[in-house]
Structures are given as structure tokens and as C-alpha cells.
Design a protein around this ligand. Structure first.
Ligand code: PHE
Length: 345
């Protein structure tokens, strides 16, 4: 006994079924076809029902044959159904409305912090500054000690710090100034670099404070760098960033790692210096801290040449973005509201 002795010719059943299916282009015909072959009283139900009547040794062969035929036809049926329902078949009823307007692809946009950071990099690239980064998790040495703030130095209170260990040796950097030390340790002088990145402070999260924000640090070191260079570089930078019409003001200030130190403001871009809410009716917006690198900073970085001088500065990028784009609440920068972000295309 062998295949040829089966009481049915499965091949010709399959061929006939495929042929019928092939000519169809309407859902209703497909359904008829399905019932004819796979319905409760369909051809395959009959075939399966006939197995017990077949000679014992042929039953497994019959079962396998029937199953693989079913699988083949099912696959062909599903494929055909898809083609008919999307109207690819010659006479199929059209299921698609070709007059509907299409879906607009949704484009992303660059975050305002990214836009401002790129602009800053562009300006300083033009002045020959390289771009560097440092770790967001810092040690007490780089964040404070090497910046001339030994343990218990009162100036440490200027930065409310997130410590990561109970000994207070590891922390989230409170400013980008530790990159100054890392760069001085690594690069040959003379050098000029900026560093952009995230900074962290244990501040309230309100309209003007955020525990996570961004800074740009600048450092230029050489043998003939003076306060005039600092003024020239920062004036150029601020006019490129905010427009040539702004006024720039230097006031004396204090940072442990610069001497002398300055705080730098621009005339208010909202009111032009007349006084408004944004500038607290002062006409000025404070934008940068800066100064001449303190000799102790060189010493802590391992640079002993007494002829070395340099300047450093630091600015908040979130604040710059808020001024540039008239954003009234720093929280908009991290809430990821698509209606806000969509404006920066
Ligand atoms: N690191 C200072 C701050 O966060 C800013 C600064 C940088 C001041 C470099 C002077 C020189 O407030």
C-alpha cells in the first residue's frame, strides 16, 4: 500500500482550489470559497472525516497530506484576502478613499538648549577655542579644592551641592569650572577652550531655578593674557549672541578661583535698558561670571611657571536661552511639552 492507493487525489483538489481562488476579486466570492473548502461541511471536513475509513497503514500518510494541503490553501487565501481588501485586484470594490488627504509626517526639532549650545560653539570656534567636556559626577578635589576652596571654605556655600557619598568626596558638579582643572592637567599651554554641560544644584525647582541646568565654561591661558583679552572676548561673544546693539557692563565680583573677578551684564533685551519685569527694573541682565585665573588654580593643576596668566568665565545656558527666546519659566525647558518644543523649528 502506498500514496497512490489513497481514495482521494489531494494534488488535484489543491490545484482546483488555487485556480478558483486566483480568479476572484470580491470579498463575497472569497467567503464562498472558504465555506466550500473549510466550512463545517466543506471538502476538507469530508476528507478528514474519511480517514477512519481508510486502510490502517495509510492513515498517517493521509493525515499529513491533508494537513499540508490545508496549510498551503490557507496561506494562499490570506494573501488573496489582503490583496482584495486593499483594492489591488482588478475588479475589487475600492476600499480605499484616494481623495483623503495624507498624514503629515511629524518632524522633530532641536531643543532650545541645543540651539543655544550650538550657537555658542560656533562663536568660540571662530575665535580658535576648542570644545571640551568633563564628567557630571565629580570629586570634591575638582569641584572645590583645586578651585581654591579648601574644605570648610565659606565660599562653598555659594553652591548647594548634591553629594553622592557620606564622606562628601563625590558629588554632582555644581558648575563647569572643574573642567578648567582637568584641561590644565592635560593640555599643553597656551590653550583656549570652552566646556558645555549639565550642572547640578540643590535649588528649589521654580520659575527661575532648576536643580539641573547647563553652563558654558571658558578658559584661555598663556604668557600674555590680560583682563583686556577677557573683555574683548566676552564683548565679542555677547554681541554675536544677542546682537551688536547691546550694552555690556562689568562689575567687580568675587569667585575663589579668579582674581580679580567680575560679573558681566548686558542691557536688557526686552526693554532695551528702560526697565521691565524681566530685568527687575534695573535695565540690566546678569549673564556671566568671570575673572583672571587665580595663581592657586594653576598651582593645584600642577602648573608652576609664574609667568602664566589666563582668564576664565562661566555662564548659564538655560538663562541665555530664556533671554534669547523670551521664555518666562525655566521649567518649560525640561517639561517636554510638545506645544512648547514645536516653536523652535
Ligand atoms: N563657576 C562659576 C559659577 O558657577 C562661574 C565662573 C566661572 C566664574 C569661571 C568665574 C570664572 O557661578
Amino acid at each position: 500500500m502506498a500514496e497512490k492507493d489513497l481514495p482521494f487525489d489531494i494534488e488535484s483538489i489543491v490545484n482546483k482550489a488555487l485556480e478558483e481562488l486566483n480568479g476572484m476579486d470580491r470579498d463575497a466570492d472569497l467567503e464562498k470559497w472558504r465555506l466550500k473548502y473549510f466550512g463545517r461541511k466543506g471538502i476538507f471536513a469530508d476528507l478528514t472525516g474519511s480517514i477512519p475509513k481508510i486502510e490502517q497503514s495509510l492513515r498517517p500518510i493521509a493525515g499529513t497530506k491533508i494537513n499540508s494541503a490545508k496549510r498551503q490553501l490557507n496561506a494562499a487565501f490570506e494573501e488573496k484576502k489582503k490583496r482584495v481588501s486593499c483594492g489591488v485586484e482588478a475588479n475589487s470594490e475600492i476600499k480605499m478613499n484616494f481623495t483623503l488627504s495624507g498624514l503629515k509626517p511629524d518632524y522633530g526639532s532641536l531643543h532650545p538648549i541645543t540651539l543655544v549650545s550650538r550657537e555658542i560653539v560656533r562663536i568660540f570656534h571662530g575665535l580658535g577655542f576648542g570644545v571640551h567636556t568633563g564628567p557630571e559626577i565629580e570629586t570634591d578635589f575638582y569641584n572645590f579644592e583645586a578651585l581654591n576652596m579648601p574644605v570648610d571654605h565659606p565660599a562653598r556655600d555659594m553652591w548647594d551641592t548634591f553629594y553622592l557619598d557620606s564622606k562628601r568626596k563625590i558629588l554632582l558638579r555644581t558648575h563647569t569650572s572643574p573642567v578648567q582643572i582637568r584641561v590644565l592637567e592635560k593640555l599643553p599651554v597656551p590653550l583656549r577652550i570652552i566646556a558645555i554641560g549639565k550642572t547640578f544644584r540643590r535649588d528649589a525647582f521654580d520659575a527661575s531655578h532648576s536643580p539641573v541646568f547647563h553652563q558654558v565654561e571658558g578658559l584661555m591661558v598663556g604668557y600674555d593674557i590680560t583682563f583686556s583679552n577677557l573683555k574683548a572676548v566676552l564683548a565679542f561673544f555677547l554681541r554675536e549672541l544677542f546682537g551688536p546693539e547691546i550694552k555690556i557692563r562689568f562689575l567687580p565680583s568675587y569667585f575663589p578661583f579668579t582674581e580679580p573677578s567680575a560679573e558681566i551684564s548686558i542691557s536688557c533685551v526686552i526693554c532695551g535698558g528702560k526697565g521691565c519685569q524681566t530685568c527687575a527694573w534695573s535695565g540690566w541682565l546678569e549673564i556671566l561670571g568671570a575673572g583672571m585665573v587665580h595663581p592657586e588654580v594653576f598651582r593645584k593643576s600642577g602648573l608652576k611657571d609664574p609667568r602664566l596668566t589666563g582668564f576664565a568665565f562661566g555662564a548659564g545656558i538655560d538663562r541665555i536661552a530664556m533671554i534669547k527666546y523670551r521664555i518666562d519659566d525655566i521649567r518649560h525647558l525640561s517639561f517636554n511639552d510638545i506645544r512648547f518644543l514645536n516653536q523652535f523649528r
